[in-house]
Design a protein around this ligand. Structure first.
Ligand code: PRT
Ligand code: MG
Length: 224
């Protein structure tokens, strides 16, 4: 199947990732009268139809959502603040904090590691993370020297096997840290997911987009 330009003003494409973002976006879509007609967990399709012939949903990796929207392959999408900070947000308009997929970005270490002393003594820390931009800024602000080790997943493993002294990762229940004998020593920031809109699409497709943005905004505010 070829998937070319997306300049048809009557057609909207929404980029979502499978899992928590898809699940938490469904009620917002419902509020806008949009129902996705296939389940990404069971369908092999990467472009899902909705009850609105003018709206389709792309299923992409969470960290790829900003890229699809930046280049206009999708008109809008939903992405975590963690992902947006790494992407940089270029070409994206970020009108709404949807307050879904909430979590925090934190520093964690082995239970036996005295992070505070290491920082106080000016030790150079090895930090493994997927979020290198966020981590670099955080430690620069604190004046802590770090060697960043880029990983793409399972950050929790790094301190256990001596790859790093610390990790910077997203935490929600803390269950994964506890299960691996790691301790959260510092919260860097609260994280939630944002609606992102392609800047050109916002102008070109405003008529179609605006009612959906309004419905998303109302529904996310009503969440309390
Ligand atoms: O999974 P994949 O590698 O494709 O990408 P991803 O992990 O970025 O995607 P996904 O779908 O797991 O997460 C999408 C977004 O959800 C993230 O960008 C965050 O903004 C947000 N979010 C909310 C989370 C979590 N909560 C979360 N708990 N993202 C990841 N986690 C991970 C966390 O890193 C830990 O390893 O889940 C694990 C368990 O967390 P605990 O603390 O509940 O045990
Ligand atoms: Mg994940």
């Amino acid at each position: 199947m070829t998937f070319t330009s997306n300049t048809d003003e009557t057609q909207l494409i929404l980029a979502l990732s499978k899992g928590r973002i898809f699940e938490d976006t469904l009620p917002l879509l419902s509020a806008a009268g949009i129902e996705v007609l296939e389940n990404p967990e069971t369908s092999r399709k990467l472009i899902l139809p909705t009850n609105d012939p003018g709206v389709r949903v792309l299923i992409v990796r969470a960290s790829d959502v900003p890229t699809y929207v930046q280049y206009g392959a999708a008109d809008f999408g939903v992405a975590g603040k963690d992902v947006l900070l790494e992407h940089g947000g270029e070409g994206l308009y970020q009108p709404i904090d949807l307050r879904i997929a909430e979590c925090r970005m934190s520093v964690a270490v082995n239970a036996g590691f005295d992070y505070e002393s290491a920082v106080r003594q000016g030790a150079r820390l090895r930090v493994a993370t997927k979020f290198v931009n966020t981590a670099r800024e955080h430690f620069a602000r604190k004046g802590v020297h770090v060697d960043l080790i880029k990983l793409y997943g399972s950050m929790e493993l790094a301190p256990l096997v001596g790859l790093s002294d610390a990790i910077v990762d997203v935490v929600s229940t803390g269950g994964t840290l506890r299960a691996n004998n790691l301790v959260e020593v510092e919260k860097i920031m609260d994280i939630s997911s944002r609606l992102v809109v392609n800047q050109a699409a916002l102008k070109l497709k405003r008529e179609r987009l605006q009612p959906i943005l309004d419905a998303f905004e109302r529904a996310s505010k009503a969440k309390g």
